[in-house]
Write a protein that binds this ligand. Structure first.
Ligand code: NAD
Ligand code: UGA
Length: 489
């Protein structure tokens, strides 16, 4: 009996030792945990689950409400709207894709853990208004250190300041359990609205890791996952710092193009040039390229501003004042564009919008997403309400609750004041009725298909449309009788 007990104990112990060290021995990934079930964690893991049916993928989050929505039988209730996503979730959920709030349990069971939590701009203390707030990242690292019972590969999926891996390593090493943790940087380049296509047909996958033997083995383990659907030449491996910095720089370059074309839109309006013609003419130069040259009411989204501010902060912290100022200008130009658009509306309505109904079509920061973070619409509505306008809103995918949350979050005035000045409509024609002006703020396809004749018959004269996305057919609208303002025309 004693002998049997001794034998079983010994066997369990040696089995657990093998399990503890197993990743760096055979490097086979069978279980993945992703911490953060948001706009990146959800779609990214759904695609990994689809393309790697032999891997069990569990997406965990502190937010129970969000997890419940991911698990909802009714796929139209998924917490994020992304074309093609519901279909993939339908194919994989309950087979090898799971959504759960049991974070510790999932960490214990996984060989590879992705961190995909939010990294917003700091709103307090050192670096307030510019640096990234890494408190959620730190919490994840502490939770992994606490729960892990075997070696782990930890993958930074969130966008992080260069050298964050160092912080994560320090926290994980402090666990003193004798475990081995390898940190990889694998930034995500998907854009909302096209997330699934971006993931399935990525321009490139970037993986940064250490040059040590375990570092290289970990990189290979992650490369092997992506190889299931991405070709070898599109999988780029670098050191961790290059990978972390490349993500910030990619977003900075993209945002810079939008600010550049928006700066020229102001010049076009004064000079008689047409911004779409200029964009086409310069974009045909293969060195410049035609993408990301669409003039707009200004870029929004959770990342462009946050990531550039982070770059500004890092450069300033490293004493690179000129570099920091150079990138800051991209944000200043974007603020100028948002501000300029609301001023144009006010000026054109005889310098006062007090008690005038202004309809905003679109609230999300771009089409095909329900995400409203940093959407230009929020700031434009806020300025119009400050000028006492009665703002009426229609967006096909954003809820009324979200719209009120967004405007109240600015704290410009009380929520009851906002309620008096802002109305959200489910029907676009109701939203437009009796309007003094209609402004297009998001480029939703359905706005091009509206019955503009019908709208014209219900609005206040002179009927005005302000096209902040250069989406509509001006000639057609003018023929109906609208006065049309388009950005950069
Ligand atoms: P998100 O806010 O939609 O989702 C983050 C999720 O993490 C939330 O549901 C939150 O509850 C959860 N979370 C936070 N701390 C947690 C913790 N300690 N434990 C468990 N769950 C926790 O954010 P997102 O848009 O998915 O962005 C995530 C990261 O990816 C950011 O760093 C962002 O910069 C980057 N990124 C975003 C996009 C995008 O299109 N949204 C694209 C590329 C990269
Ligand atoms: C952007 C990047 O494109 C992604 O590669 C990156 O992964 C992501 O940020 C991130 O890190 O979060 P996203 O913000 O989802 O993706 O969407 P974009 O298509 O880049 O648009 C951003 C904003 O710029 C939107 O408000 C859009 O309307 C605006 N924009 C974009 C323009 O005004 N003009 C353009 O020509 C392009």
């Amino acid at each position: 009996m004693i002998q049997k007990h001794y034998f079983t104990t010994f066997q369990n112990h040696s089995q657990s030792l093998v399990k503890k060290k197993f990743i760096f021995v055979n490097m086979k990934i069978e279980n993945i945990t992703c911490i953060g079930a948001g706009y990146v964690g959800g779609p990214t893991m759904a695609v990994i689950a689809l393309k790697c049916p032999e891997i069990k993928v569990t997406v965990v989050d502190l937010n129970k409400e969000r997890i419940d929505l991911w698990n909802d039988e009714d796929l139209s209730k998924l917490p994020i709207y992304e074309p093609g996503l519901a279909d993939i979730v339908k194919q994989t959920r309950g087979k090898n894709l799971f959504f759960s709030t049991e974070i510790d349990k999932s960490i214990k069971q996984s060989e590879m853990i992705f961190i995909s939590v939010n990294t917003p701009t700091k709103t307090y203390g050192e670096g307030k208004g510019q640096a990234s707030d890494l408190k959620f990242i730190e919490l994840c690292a502490r939770q992994i250190a606490k729960s892990a019972e075997s070696d782990k590969i930890v993958v930074e999926k969130s966008t992080l300041p260069v050298r964050t891996a160092e912080v994560i390593t320090k926290i994980l090493k402090s666990s003193k359990k004798g475990l081995n943790f390898e940190i990889l940087s694998n930034p995500e380049f998907l854009a909302e609205g096209t997330a699934i296509t971006d993931l399935l047909y990525a321009d490139r996958v970037l993986i940064g890791g250490d040059s040590t033997q375990n570092g290289q083995k970990s990189i290979k383990a992650l490369v092997d996952i992506y190889k299931n659907w991405i070709s070898d030449e599109k999988i780029l491996t670098t050191n961790v710092w290059s990978s972390e910095l490349s993500k910030l720089v990619a977003n900075a370059f993209l945002a810079q193009r939008v600010s550049s074309i928006n700066s020229i839109s102001a010049l076009c309006e004064k000079s008689g040039a047409d911004i779409d013609e200029v964009a086409k003419a310069i974009g045909m130069d293969s060195r410049i390229g035609s993408k990301f040259l669409k003039s707009s009411v200004g870029f929004g989204g959770s990342c462009f501003q946050k990531d550039i501010l982070n770059l500004v902060y890092i450069s300033k912290s490293l004493g690179l004042t000129e570099v920091s100022e150079y990138w800051h200008q991209v944000i200043k130009m974007n603020d100028y564009q948002k501000n300029r658009f609301s001023s144009i509306i006010i000026k054109s309505l005889f310098n006062t919008v007090s008690d005038k109904k202004i309809t905003l079509l679109g609230w999300s920061f771009k089409k095909d997403t329900n995400d409203t973070r940093e959407s230009a619409a929020i700031y434009i509505a806020d300025k119009l309400i400050e000028n006492k306008a009665l703002v009426s809103i229609y967006d096909p995918k954003v809820s009324e609750k979200q719209i009120y949350n967004d405007i109240n979050y600015l704290k410009t005035r009380s929520s009851s004041d906002n309620k008096k000045h802002l109305n959200v409509h489910k029907n676009v024609y109701d939203a437009c009725e009796n309007s003094h002006a209609i402004a297009i703020l998001t480029e939703w396809d359905e706005f091009t298909k509206l019955d503009w004749g019908k709208i014209f018959s219900t609005v206040v004269s002179p009927a005005k449309v302000f096209d902040g996305r250069n989406l509509l057919d001006n000639q057609k609208l003018e023929k109906i009788g609208f006065e049309v303002f388009s950005i950069g025309k």
